[in-house]
Design a protein. Structure first.
Length: 216
């Protein structure tokens, strides 16, 4: 049950709607919300224009920002027992492993390991899964200029990175919800179905669930 948990992470590929879902669940449960401040990353627009040149600075910038934010979770909030985050610190490795050269990744991993020691482990890790063509449609609809260069190949690489990560972390309680085209921003019925799936106690490792409600 969500009410019994202290930290829930909601993840997903670019355009999956993870931030919208995190905000709606936080509002429903009067929870503290931690949102990734990706729009403050000065290297992100440049990265989408030239991946190879700006991969290392963009990933370092994200790493530092995520570390600063997630350290705050250690400070207990007297008014909110539950914290909802739209990312986990391990996301840094998923993206970096797909964007950095081998030498850059080795250095990056050393920095990550030092920081990871103090990052809290979530009680439940939720991954919102959508097909790549649906992600591209959602990205186009929200119309962020710096995301115009995102292509299907890049999204597929990130998606594969997430699922590889799931296999490498059997110690986490990971719930993958295959949501297809359903939109919990527009449909309360879809949102309720997602929350219902999250309200079970899942074992450690990967659990895969399909959303029953799948609006076209």
């Amino acid at each position: 049950m969500l009410a019994d948990k202290e930290l829930i992470v909601i993840e997903g590929n670019i355009g999956s709607g993870k931030t919208t879902l995190a905000m709606k669940i936080a509002e429903l449960h009067n929870a503290r919300i931690i949102l990734e401040t990706f729009e403050d990353n000065p290297f992100l627009p440049k990265f989408y224009e030239d991946n190879e040149r700006y991969a290392f600075p963009v990933e370092l910038s994200f790493l530092a920002a995520r570390y600063r934010q997630l350290k705050e979770i250690q400070d207990k909030d007297l008014f909110h027992r539950l914290t909802i985050s739209d990312y986990h610190f391990l996301k840094s490795l998923i993206f970096a492993s797909e964007t950095l050269s081998d030498d850059e990744y080795k250095l990056y991993r050393q920095l990550f390991n030092i920081m990871y020691e103090i990052v809290p482990i979530p009680d439940l890790y939720v991954y919102i899964h959508r097909p790549v063509d649906v992600l591209l449609d959602f990205i186009a609809k929200r119309g962020r200029d710096y995301e115009k260069g995102i292509g299907a190949d890049y999204l597929k690489k990130i998606q594969n990175g997430y699922f590889r990560f799931f296999k490498e972390h059997p110690d986490l309680h990971i719930l993958v919800i295959d949501i297809g085209k359903s939109d919990f921003k527009k449909s309360e019925n879809v949102f309720r179905e997602v929350v219902k799936l999250m309200n079970f106690d899942y074992p450690k490792g990967l659990t895969y669930r399909y959303l029953v409600e799948n609006e076209q």
